[in-house]
Design a protein. Structure first.
Length: 206
């Protein structure tokens, strides 16, 4: 275990930034030693001095063992892993928030369209109620003697009275759902209880 003198010397070899990011290059760490550490860090779960030897195509692992002990490779790698994991978690959180905001915007747009559609359908229902179910066209034509005669033409509408009620109900439902914001995204946490069933064994039996 390093004594206080060794720890003090090790601390003095670090820059202020390295105290929070110990995987950065130390003042007393050579370029070759730090290059080996970089390879060690990049190996992730496969880290080992032998793996670094293979990656760098070295003939001996002796310098790496010395650098690893002198410059605390294991603890620096652990700190590096924590930092890297936090970066990934932060990125995942940002992506989740962005995705949630995007779907919330889509919901708002859908809600607005739903409301406008409901209103348009209600307007159509009012129009159907106000006007008869037949269309009357009046024209003036000449009879066999050439005299003008008014002719009325009756045409059935494209809807029937029985269509009004279902259409009105559907339009009203659309509008109410939009106003009440039915189907809005929720962050409610649902709690559930989990039980493990253990078979009953009478006393005295094993």
């Amino acid at each position: 275990m390093p004594n206080s003198k060794t720890q003090s010397t090790s601390t003095r070899s670090l820059t202020p930034d390295q105290l929070g990011q110990p995987w950065l290059k130390r003042r007393d760490e050579s370029a070759k030693a730090y290059a080996a550490l970089t390879v060690y860090l990049e190996l992730g779960a496969e880290r080992s001095i032998n793996a670094v030897v293979q990656r760098q195509r070295r003939k001996s692992r002796r310098p790496l063992g010395k650098w690893s002990s002198l410059h605390d490779w294991v603890s620096r790698a652990e700190a590096y892993d924590v930092w890297l994991t936090q970066i990934r978690l932060d990125a995942a959180e940002r992506a989740a928030k962005q995705d949630a905001e995007q779907w919330a915007q889509r919901h708002r747009e859908f809600r607005e369209r739903q409301y406008r559609l409901g209103q348009a359908m209600l307007d159509q229902v009012e129009t159907m109620v106000k006007f008869p179910i037949t269309k009357v066209t009046r024209t003036v034509q000449a009879d066999g003697d050439g005299r003008p005669v008014q002719v009325q033409k009756f045409e059935a509408a494209l809807w029937f009275k029985r269509d009004i009620a279902p259409l009105g109900t559907f339009a009203t439902t659309l509008t109410k759902d939009a106003i009440r914001n039915e189907g809005a995204p929720t962050t409610e946490v649902v709690e559930t209880d989990t039980y493990n069933l253990v078979p009953f064994k009478p006393e005295g039996k094993k």
